[in-house]
Design a binder for this molecule. Structure first.
Ligand SMILES: C[S@@+](CC[C@H](N)C(=O)[O-])C[C@H]1O[C@@H](n2cnc3c(N)ncnc32)[C@H](O)[C@@H]1O
Length: 189
């Protein structure tokens, strides 16, 4: 692919209250953690510090430069439990059925909706999640930016809930995680 995927090169990690974010995710046990559309991997690198040592992190993005930069950081930091790969999450997420405890979609759902690829991605996420597995969705509040995408492509928490409901994802919570972003948690039922 010659063109950059939508949203490539952007990350919301520096905008959020990371302590509150990780508190809501409850990572205090051995987990398989999937970072869907990880970009340069800011979220999963931080998760590696918080997760129990024997947890595994899978990080996938369509943007090869993002994955290359993440792999370099993994190597520099001598991190052993992040596996990063290039892939289109709307076509196939290269992990087994019912294997993931927590799937993170950080400021990517609005991008997928923009190019009509969210259905394929959510179908794959529902396939790879364990029963009662969680999806953590970070999105920009529906307010004028910057930072963040134009207001017309931002998703409210209600819109996110409507988009994920057909995939048996049931809302557990929605919390503000900073001035610009919210975190919505869903369980596979
Ligand atoms: C706004 S960035 C968010 C990156 C990261 N989650 C973060 O916040 O740090 C959106 C990411 O989605 C990726 N992306 C878009 N469509 C994708 C697809 N179909 N499969 C995998 N990654 C995709 C882009 O390459 C980009 O890295």
């Amino acid at each position: 692919m010659n063109d950059k995927p939508i949203g490539a090169g952007k990350s919301s990690y520096d905008l959020i209250d990371s302590a509150l974010f990780f508190k809501m995710l409850q990572l205090d046990r051995k987990l398989i953690f999937l970072d869907v559309a990880c970009g340069p991997g800011n979220y999963c690198l931080a998760a590696a510090d918080v997760l129990k040592e024997n947890s595994i992190i899978c990080a996938i993005d369509l943007w090869p430069e993002g994955i290359t930069s993440l792999v370099t950081k993994i190597s520099e930091k001598k991190i052993k439990n992040i596996w990063a790969t290039v892939g289109d999450v709307s076509k196939r997420i290269p992990v087994n059925d019912s294997s993931v405890d927590i799937c993170l979609m950080a400021t990517v759902l609005h991008d997928l909706v923009e190019v009509n690829t969210e259905q394929g991605a959510l179908k794959e996420i529902a396939r790879v999640l364990k029963p009662a597995g969680m999806v953590a969705i970070v999105e920009f509040k529906k307010i004028e930016g910057p930072p963040g995408p134009p207001i017309d492509i931002r998703l409210s928490a209600e819109e996110v809930e409507r988009i994920v409901r057909p995939y048996s994802l049931v809302k557990e919570y929605v919390v503000d995680i900073g001035p610009y972003n919210y975190l919505a948690g869903f369980t596979l039922r």
